[in-house]
Structures are given as C-alpha cells and as structure tokens.
Design a binder for this molecule. Structure first.
Ligand code: ADP
Length: 395
C-alpha cells in the first residue's frame, strides 16, 4: 500500500491527484469544474496520456466523485493499493493543529470551524464524507491550511479587541496557505544545505490569493492572513490590509450592506479593482502598453510585499533567506525584482540575470555576496498533503 489520493473539494470543484509514494510519482490528476452549473466538465489526466475531457452536466459533488472514479476506470485503471486519502481542509481553527486521521470527532471539529470558513469547510467536509463512503476501508486524513501557523505566539495572532469578545467568538489571526509555506520552507533549507532549525526565512506565497510567513527554525512566528484570507497583501481580487473604518464609511456613505462590502473586498478589489485585471499576466500586458492604472497597481502590489518583508525581518531579528513561490512568485520576475528593489539595506541583493525565467526546481536568484539568499522554490501543496497523509497513516 504505497499510493495516496489527494482531494481538494471546493464549493463547485473537485481537484485530485493520485500519487505513488515509493518511488514518488504522480499517476493521475484531474479537476471537476463548475459543479451544478452550466458548462460543468471533468478533465482527467493519467500518466503522460492526453487528458480525457468530459463535458457533461455534473449535478452535485456525489455525481462529480462518481465521474472521477469512472474516469480512472477509463484511463489509468481503477484506484487500488491506497495507503490513504488526504483531504485539504481550509480551516482547522485553534483545535486542529496537525494533520489528523478522520473519525467522528474530527468531522465534528471541522464542522465546528465552519462559521470561520463558511465557503470552504462545508464542501471540504462533503468531500471527506463521500470519499469515506466510497473507500470505507481506507484511512482518511485531513490536512489543514491553518495548521502550520498555529505556532504563532499571542503577540502575533491577537487582535487588540476586548478579550472576552475575541475569546468567545474566537476572533484571532489564523493564517492560510500553511501547507505551501511549510513545504517551501523545508525545500528552501534542503536547497541551502542547512538544517531548517537554524534558518530564519520569509516565505512569499504569491498566487491568486497571496500571503507572507515569517518562519524561524521551521516554525511559523507570523503570517499576513488573519481571521480570514482577506488580510495582508494585495491579491488578485482581495484588498488585503485596510483601515477597518473603510467598511463603516462604505456603509454610511455609499449605502452598501455587509454582504455588498464582503463581495467588494473579496471579489472586486485587489489587482482587479485597481488595474481592471486580476491575472498578473494580463496586468503585465497592460503595464507594457503604458497603462497608468496598471502600473500604479503593480507598484502598490510590490510595495505592500516589501513592507511585510521589512516587518518580518524585524520580527525574526535576522533574515537568512527570502523565498518566492506560487503562480506569481515562481513565474513573474518583474514582481520579484519589484519586491527586492530597495531592500539592499536589509541585505537583499538580487542578481538580475539569475532572476530571469521560470525555474521548475529550487533556484538561488540573489547575488553571490547577498547577505540574504533570495530563492524561487516551486510549491507543491498536493505532494505535501500526500506526504503528511502517509506520515499520519504510518504513525
Ligand atoms: P491560485 O491561488 O489560484 O492557486 P496560482 O498560484 O496559480 O493561483 O497563481 C495565479 C497567478 O499566477 C496569476 O496571477 C497568473 O498570472 C500567475 N501565473 C501563473 N502561471 C504563470 C506563468 N506561466 N507566467 C506568468 N504568470 C503566471
């Protein structure tokens, strides 16, 4: 039993990868999109074969999983030899602080966190329930996006709110993208040939959602996302940090409701709101065409990251490496250059030539004499979930 199926069940999607872990290899992967909507489809890829695309009405998540299992039978063979199934779960709150074998108590605990992640935890749980019914003999493991950040001290995770209210409603900073921050911190240490326990890192996960973590000796001591993924950096469609009074002002002056403001700050702000495009490739095209709004938005984007790097260098006391990852961190050298610009005083010196391109494996992009190493480390959240699942299953 050396295979692990990794499942990420969203509100309208199911992403999956089947790994052989010994030796490590992706056997198949795929995605069911737009579940319950017009234009729903399944894309399944087995090994190096051409992807199998099935465009059909996928009515609900159960139907979606049935189609995934059927796709395996049609391409790659049925799913056998499973050591475990690993599920991505967004919010573990402050109780679920490590990958956990799923039993009734875990299910209840994930359900208890649902008010903190109403769009994510219920579909995550649905995926777990369906997988348990389909593979009753196979251990299921929940891996939490928040877990890596549970080592933050109170000075980093507390908001300055009345203690009783914050305690009762569990209002504090949790942080997200933990699986990615954990994976790239470990890979960065391997790449540098130094024990993770000796290194102080700032990891920058820059995808559609984006977050920074300060990692001291392999443990997270601070991160930019908070109670929800809205806090922190400028993102594709999220505003990131904002004076909370903007919310009251929007309500009073523009007559927006709480739901309107939620939608505005999560789905219509960030790069989309400022530049008119949330995809950084589109923003880059606009900048190249001389578009002023896009140019300014990109400047805001990089400046916000730079401020966090400075803040986290102070939080860590000493910075050994700055690590870029995810869609933008791995592929956009202009953003990497924009972030590092002016950080020489903190010991961050980029090598322009090394910074070019899209490395597919960990690469150093700083100058030889840069006191702080700057790295690009491609993330792989699925593999991290598979490894953590196997570790839990094998005890
Ligand atoms: P998600 O948070 O949805 O997983 P990703 O990590 O895929 O997001 O990041 C999406 C962002 O990465 C987009 O803004 C996109 O422009 C950028 N990106 C992805 N691939 C490339 C590429 N090959 N070249 C430049 N930018 C890319």
């Amino acid at each position: 039993m050396s295979r692990v199926l990794v499942v990420n069940t969203g509100s309208s999607s199911i992403k999956y990868q089947l790994f052989e872990m010994d030796p490590q290899k992706v056997l198949a992967s795929g995605l069911v999109e737009r579940i319950g909507e017009a234009g729903s489809k399944l894309t399944h890829r087995a090994g190096d074969a051409e992807p199998l695309v099935v465009e059909e009405r996928v009515t609900d998540h159960s139907d979606g999983f049935d189609r995934v299992f059927k796709a395996f039978e049609n391409a790659g063979g049925p799913i056998t030899d499973l050591a475990g199934i690993g599920h991505r779960v967004v919010h573990g709150g402050d109780r679920l602080t490590a990958p956990t074998l799923v039993d009734d108590a875990t299910i209840q605990a994930i359900a208890d966190q649902a008010p903190l992640a109403p769009l994510h935890n219920p579909p995550n749980l649905l995926g777990i329930r369906i997988a348990m019914a389909s593979f009753p003999e196979t251990p299921q493991v929940a891996v939490f996006d928040t877990a890596f950040h549970q080592t933050m001290p109170p000075r980093a995770y507390r908001y300055a709110l009345p203690a009783d209210l914050a305690g009762e409603l569990r209002i504090r900073r949790y942080g997200f993208h933990g699986t990615s921050h954990a994976y790239v911190s470990r890979k960065a240490a391997e790449h540098l040939g130094r024990p993770a326990g000796e290194l102080n890192l700032v990891t920058l996960h820059l995808g559609n959602g984006a977050s920074v973590a300060a990692v001291a000796g392999g443990r997270c001591i601070d991160t930019s996302m908070g109670l929800t993924p809205l806090e922190g950096l400028v993102m594709g469609t999220r505003s990131g940090d904002l004076d909370p009074a903007v919310v009251f002002y929007l309500h009073r002056e523009a007559g927006l409701s709480v739901d309107d403001i939620d939608d505005l700050l999560n789905k219509r702000s960030g790069m989309l709101g400022m530049a008119g495009a949330n995809d950084m490739r589109e923003v880059a095209r606009l900048v190249a065409d001389g578009d002023e709004a896009a140019t300014e938005a990109l400047d805001v984007y990089c400046y916000r990251i730079r401020k966090y790097v400075g803040a986290y260098a102070a939080a860590l006391g000493r910075l050994d490496a700055l690590v870029f990852t995810a869609g933008i961190g791995e592929n956009n050298d202009a953003v990497r250059a924009g972030v590092c610009q002016g950080l020489e005083g903190l010991g961050v010196v980029l090598n322009a030539k090394r910074n070019k391109g899209r490395p597919k494996s960990p690469r150093t992009i700083s100058a030889d004499d840069s006191p702080v190493a700057v790295l690009v480390v491609p993330t792989n959240e699925e593999l991290e979930i598979a490894e953590q699942t196997l570790a839990v299953v094998r005890g």
